[in-house]
Design a protein around this ligand. Structure first.
Ligand code: GTP
Ligand code: MG
Length: 626
């Protein structure tokens, strides 16, 4: 919305321009007026729309045509004054003034005009008959008003209309020639309808209408008013009301009606509530609310965010099978102007047996977006109408910026829920398989699926009875680790292939030679926990060419011994290793020099043993029952 309004009065000499301004300001009719009133500024708090308003007079006797043209360029709206008793001053509107004001302007860029018939005190009848054809001819004429500077009739109204024409312009919303909403406006209102139709049945129920009314205008509709609204729509449209609710067509009709009755501020209030600017684009302020993420902090969705996203999932899971099919996903994103998810989503999160995205996978994907690109995430939430549905100021209410990692390290505990693990290893070690196995896919299952493989996978793991998100990222072999960010993560997973004697060399060199921050620093002393993983453990182990064996290497560097991993069996790959990675990410201090490697891994292995034991007991109880 504009921050101030500049109103210019134009028209033939002696029609009463100066008198109108003086009457407004002095609240009485001045018998004597100068040819031209000084420019006046009305402070925001005394104007009806609460914006500072400048009123500018024009006098042919005092000002050249060039000066007038300059004033036209500066003006936001022109009040074109005529004398209701002088037909000639009306004729000049068409022949002289409108061409002068908007003659050179492109369609859509025209300055709005308000026709003002002054001296109505001198004439009992109305000038409407001569004015209507002019209004029909020029679409930039917002409205007309008859007034009198002498008996102060309609003076404040006139300036109110002028203000409104600037703050709530009709042109972007409505095409007066075809008497219908413009395409862009239909698109915006359709998005608003989709968001407001919270149960996705294509109809705004009474509850949904009330919620909408309250969010946009601050108060619910009285029951009778609600019925009246539906009645008007029902009487005037064939399909505007269905099952006692408003359809999209009904909603569009209602807005057309507001505009046709000069109440377009109503439609503007709705549009602005949903983030639109004067040209019906979503504003940057709305889509990209400010969020400061200091170095060392990460971004996560909080319970507000998850609650909103879960509701959205349920809305689009039309057949209530707990999963989104490809079609569901397409419908899901209709309010976003482009498709944010590519095919790689299906290899980033776990899917169900139909290869649909389950609620779990869906929340994982959102968690990943929030972690990797919070601004994108806020943008999407904006498209989905988060502030409206959640009744919050902005999308930032859906995210948490975590405490700096260094502080966590100092306190030896963390509130974070999402951790990033970089998986590093030579070509062909089985990094991608390791990532896919995290989604529960064994090697044979991976081979049967054809989709594009993602560089990321994300899933939840249990660490000390808490559920945490772990992101795995497969680092390209050619990465040179030149920047700090190349190596930065919560845990590094260094993977070598037990069946390939050369492969440990690569991991060892990355561990020792990686350039982080400065050439002197390596993963070795970066403070990032490192875990070595011995992949393809189902194959015969070959002696590694590296001087030390992997176990010796780890012992020497006070690291936990390599963890064996294989996903070759037909069954679901074990998740234990991922929990261990998450554990190392959560408690980086345990991996450091202050604790010996053995005591750290003793805890982990003990934990795992307890789980196995419990599992066994449960199994026995189960057998007995049978
Ligand atoms: P220029 O500055 O020459 O362009 O004229 P203007 O449009 O500023 O007109 P101005 O305000 O000087 O008024 C012209 C004459 O019309 C004056 O004698 C006013 O007293 C008179 N007048 C202005 N408004 C009204 C009105 O509402 N009713 C009546 N009866 N007379 C009016
Ligand atoms: Mg004057």
């Amino acid at each position: 919305m504009k921050r101030d309004v500049r109103i210019l009065l134009l028209g033939e000499p002696k029609v009463g321009k100066t008198s109108l301004i003086m009457s407004l300001v002095g609240e009485e009719f001045p018998e004597e007026v100068p040819p031209r009133a000084e420019e006046i500024t009305i402070p925001a708090d005394v104007t009806p729309e609460r914006v500072p308003t400048h009123i500018v007079d024009y006098s042919e006797a005092e000002q050249s045509e060039d000066v007038m043209r300059e004033e036209i360029v500066k003006a936001n709206v022109v009040c074109l004054v005529y004398d209701v008793t002088e037909e000639a001053t009306i004729e000049k509107i068409r022949t002289k003034w409108i061409p002068l004001i908007n003659g050179g302007a492109e369609k859509g860029n025209k300055i709005p005009v308000i026709l003002v018939g002054n001296k109505s005190d001198l004439q009992p009848g109305s000038s409407m008959e001569s004015i209507l054809p002019i209004m029909n001819q020029f679409s930039e004429i917002e409205t007309c008003v008859e007034c009198s500077a002498k008996n102060l009739k309609n003076i404040s109204e006139l300036f109110y209309y002028a203000q409104k024409a600037v703050l709530h312009p009709t042109a972007p919303l409505y095409d007066p020639e075809n008497k219908q909403l413009r395409q862009q406006c239909v698109r915006a209102l359709s998005r608003i309808f989709t968001i407001s139709d919270q149960d996705n049945d294509g109809i705004l129920s009474d509850d949904e209408l009330n919620f909408f009314q309250k969010a946009c205008f601050g108060n619910p509709l009285a029951p009778q008013a609600l019925e009246d609204v539906k009645n008007v729509v029902w009487k005037n449209t064939s399909d505007g009301v269905q099952d006692n609710g408003l359809t999209l067509n009904g909603f569009l009709f209602l807005n057309t009606l507001f505009i046709q009755r000069g109440r377009h501020e109503t439609t503007w209030t709705i549009l602005r509530k949903f983030g639109y600017d004067d040209s019906l684009e979503l504003t940057d302020d709305y889509l990209y609310p400010q969020l400061r993420v200091p170095l060392g902090s990460s971004t996560e969705l909080n319970h507000n965010g998850y609650r909103f996203l879960q509701k959205l999932f349920e809305k689009y899971d039309v057949d209530k099978d707990g999963a989104l099919s490809r079609l569901d996903i397409k419908n899901f994103f209709t309010v976003v102007p482009y498709m944010p998810w590519g095919e790689d989503v299906f290899t980033t999160v776990s899917t169900d047996e139909n290869d649909y995205i389950s609620l779990h996978g869906y929340l994982c994907q959102w968690t990943l977006t929030a972690y990797l690109d919070i601004h994108r995430c806020l943008e999407y939430l904006g498209y989905f109408g988060y502030p409206f549905i959640s009744e919050q100021e902005s999308q930032t209410a859906a995210v948490t910026v975590t405490q700096n990692k260094l502080e966590d390290l100092e306190k030896k505990q963390t509130q974070r829920n999402v951790f990033l693990c970089k998986v590093i290893g030579p070509r062909g070690t089985g990094k991608s398989s390791f990532l896919q196995a995290f989604l529960g896919k064994s090697l044979s299952k991976q081979k049967s699926s054809t989709g594009l493989l993602s560089y990321y996978t994300i899933n939840t793991v249990h660490v000390n009875n808490q559920e945490k998100y772990l992101i795995l990222y497969e680092v390209d072999v050619d990465t040179e680790f030149l920047k700090t960010s190349d190596a930065a993560c919560d845990v590094a997973c260094l993977m070598y292939d037990v069946s390939d004697p050369k492969s440990f060399n690569y991991c060892a060199s990355i561990y020792k030679n990686v350039v982080i921050i400065s050439p002197q620093q390596h993963y070795m002393d970066s403070g990032i926990p490192c875990v070595f993983v011995a992949s393809k453990s189902d194959l015969t182990e070959q002696k590694q060419q590296h001087g030390l064996s992997p176990s010796e290497f780890c012992y020497k560097h006070r690291l936990p011994p390599p963890l064996a991993f294989s996903c070759s069996g037909p069954e679901m790959p074990s998740t234990v290793i991922y929990s261990k990675l998450a554990l190392a990410a959560m408690f980086p201090h345990l991996n450091g020099s202050e604790l010996t490697a053995s005591s750290f891994w003793l805890r982990v292995t003990l934990g795992a043993a307890v789980v196995t034991l419990l599992g066994f007991t449960f199994y026995r109880a189960f057998i007995k029952q049978k």
